[in-house]
Design a protein around this ligand. Structure first.
Ligand code: KIV
Ligand code: NA
Length: 265
C-alpha cells in the first residue's frame, strides 16, 4: 500500500476530483477510516472536546495531542496524517512553530502539520516548509481565535471575502500545501478555490471546495448532542453504543451473561 503524499492531493485538484478528510484520534478509527479509503486523517485539536472533555479547543496541549498523533500514525497504513498545532504552541514566533512542529513530526511521526491563521502566520508557514514540514493552513472561522472573532460566526461575507482571499493567497505563497476554509460563505469559498493552485478543504464552506472535512464524532453520531448546521450525520454510533451498554448491563443484572459458551470448564 502506497502512502498518500501531498502531490497526490494536488493531482486530485487538477483532475477536479473532490477528496474526503476526517479527524481521527485513536487506533480503531484510524484503521477503519484508512481502510474505507479516506486519504487524509487529521488529528485535530478538536480532540480537546472529543477526547479530553474540554469545552473548547483552547486548553488542549502538545503533550496531550502527541500520543494521539502517534496512535493514528501507527494505525493508518495509507492515509496522510496531519497533526494540528494547538493554541499557544506556534503563535509566538516562527522558532516556536518550528520547535512544536518538529515534535509532531519526530515524536508523533506525523506526515504534515496544520495551523490556524492567514497572512499574519505566513512567517511560521515559511519556517516549517523550509525545514521540510508540509503545512496545511486553516482560515475563515478559526476556533482557536473564537474569543477574538466574537464567537462562532460565518466568515467571508461582503468585504470580508477580499480579506479571506488575501489570507488564502498568502498561505499559498508561504508554501502551504492545502488550506482549510471553515464556516465561510459558499460564494467566498468558491472564489478562493478558483483562485488558488493548492487544494481548499471545506468545513461549512459549501460544495465548491476541492476537499471536505468533518469531525468523525460529529459525522458518525458518536456525539449525540447538538452539532453545527454544516454537519451531516451518517450514522448513530452513539445510539448503538448506548444500546450495547444498556443490554450488557441488563444481561449482567439478570444473570443472562456470561452464558455457557463464554465460560471455561
Ligand atoms: O480540529 C479540527 O477538527 C479541525 C477541523 C475541523 C478542520 O481543525
Ligand atoms: Na483544529
Amino acid at each position: 500500500k502506497r502512502r498518500v503524499r501531498i502531490h497526490h492531493l494536488q493531482q486530485l485538484k487538477e483532475r477536479g476530483e473532490p477528496w474526503p478528510m476526517l479527524t481521527s484520534y485513536d487506533m480503531y478509527t484510524a484503521r477503519i477510516f484508512d481502510q474505507a479509503g479516506i486519504p487524509v486523517l487529521l488529528v485535530g485539536d478538536s480532540a480537546a472536546n472529543n477526547v479530553y472533555g474540554y469545552e473548547s479547543s483552547l486548553p488542549v496541549t502538545v503533550d496531550e495531542l502527541l500520543p494521539l498523533v502517534r496512535a493514528v500514525t501507527r494505525s493508518a497504513e495509507r492515509a496522510l496524517v496531519v497533526a494540528d498545532l494547538p493554541f499557544g504552541s506556534y503563535q509566538a514566533s516562527p522558532e516556536q512553530a518550528l520547535a512544536t512542529a518538529t515534535r509532531f513530526m519526530k515524536e508523533g511521526r506525523a506526515h504534515a502539520v496544520k495551523l490556524e491563521g492567514g497572512r499574519r502566520y505566513a512567517p511560521q508557514i515559511e519556517a516549517l516548509v523550509s525545514a521540510g514540514i508540509p503545512v496545511m493552513a486553516h482560515i475563515g472561522f478559526t476556533p482557536q481565535s473564537e474569543h477574538g472573532l466574537g464567537g462562532y460566526r460565518v466568515q467571508g461575507r461582503g468585504d470580508a471575502a477580499e480579506e479571506l482571499l488575501a489570507d488564502a493567497l498568502a498561505v499559498q505563497e508561504a508554501g502551504a500545501f492545502a488550506v482549510v476554509l471553515e464556516m465561510v460563505t459558499a460564494e467566498a469559498a468558491k472564489q478562493v478555490t478558483g483562485e488558488l493552485r493548492i487544494p481548499t478543504v471545506g468545513i461549512g464552506a459549501g460544495p465548491d471546495c476541492d476537499a471536505q472535512v468533518l469531525v468523525w464524532t460529529d459525522m458518525s453520531g458518536m456525539n449525540t448532542g447538538r452539532t453545527a448546521r454544516f454537519v451531516k450525520r451518517y450514522a448513530d454510533v452513539g445510539g448503538i453504543l448506548a444500546d450495547a451498554a444498556t443490554r450488557f448491563a441488563e444481561d449482567v443484572r439478570g444473570r443472562a451473561f456470561p452464558a455457557a459458551e463464554h465460560s471455561f470448564r
